[in-house]
Design a protein around this ligand. Structure first.
Ligand code: GUN
Length: 287
């Protein structure tokens, strides 16, 4: 059996069209959804990411501001910029691109962002909201993975989901989102012995490690759904995920490709969160 592909580009296009129409509706009420993207230093990968985020905003009717600061910017100066953006009514979402230079405490900066504008979902208040099932912003990458499962009509109730990776940005929030949909969830990580013993029991596997070939065909239950969050380069320099795609697609029921899978969903969910932040702000100011 060859797995069906979950096409992140096609799903992103549908979700972005919905964002654009909701942005137009807000604009008609005099509110232009706005995202501030803050970049400190010249990390080449970060420069590409922030350019893509700003372009995605502009393409879908959102206003965006890109603030570029030199790598020498002090922590105090960055905190002051975040405070100014918190107070700016034209800005509904704030994203401080990570990693930050070593002299800046990234967590301190994230905690300075107003939770109502935390469209990355990295603030402890956002993490707490996800954990307790209350209203907040979900981190974009795992949120995008949930949308991919939803797009194939997959019912997680009673299913066993195995998440490989335990980062604050993907693994941990992913596990909580799957749990909220009534899956039985196992989190595996670098200290897990015999990873395959867990993944072979899984109806859904999410691989979020950042290492090639973490999941191979012999580790997958026939028909399982495989979501690949990895972004790696193979020996030829080609983009590849954490999953041995060629092997696993012959066993799985559904699989996300790399590129064209989870990647485009991350920016799409950033747009969704920013739009949601603007809609909440508009609703709050109308009352
Ligand atoms: N660096 C890599 N991915 C991300 C992301 O999703 N958000 C932020 N703020 N920084 C990142």
């Amino acid at each position: 059996m060859t797995a069906q592909l979950i096409d992140g580009n096609a799903l992103s296009a549908r979700l972005r069209a919905d964002v654009a129409s909701r942005a137009a509706a807000l604009k008609a009420r005099g509110v232009v959804p706005g995202l501030a993207v803050v970049l400190v230093g010249e990390n080449p990968a970060s420069q590409v990411y922030v350019r893509n985020k700003v372009k995605a905003c502009n393409d879908n009717g959102l206003h965006s501001v890109l603030e570029k600061h030199p790598a020498e910017l002090s922590e105090a100066a960055l905190l002051a910029r975040v405070e100014a953006l918190n107070a700016d009514p034209a800005i509904h979402g704030i994203l401080v691109q990570l990693p930050l230079p070593a002299h800046i405490d990234a967590q301190k900066v994230i905690e300075a962002i107003a939770p109502a504008k935390d469209v990355d979902g990295f603030h402890v208040a956002s993490a707490g909201a996800l954990m307790t099932g209350s209203s907040g912003f979900w981190p974009c990458t795992p949120y995008g993975c949930m949308k991919m499962l939803e797009s194939i009509g997959y019912d997680l109730r009673g299913k066993h989901a195995v998440v490989i990776g335990r980062s604050n940005i993907v693994g941990k929030p992913m596990a909580l989102m799957l749990l909220a949909k009534n899956a039985t969830v196992t989190i595996c990580h670098s200290a897990t012995p015999d990873l395959g013993a867990f993944t072979r029991q899984a109806d859904v596997v999410v691989a979020a490690v950042g290492k090639r070939n973490v999941l191979t065909a012999d580790m997958v239950k026939p028909g399982a759904v495989v979501i690949d969050v990895g972004m790696n380069r193979n020996d030829e320099g080609k983009l590849c995920g954490d999953v041995d795609f060629a092997g696993v697609r012959e066993v799985a029921g559904w699989i996300t490709p790399v590129p064209g899978g989870v990647g485009p969903m991350t920016i799409t969910m950033l747009l969704v969160n920013t739009l949601e932040a603007a809609e909440r702000a508009a609703a709050a100011s109308a009352t």
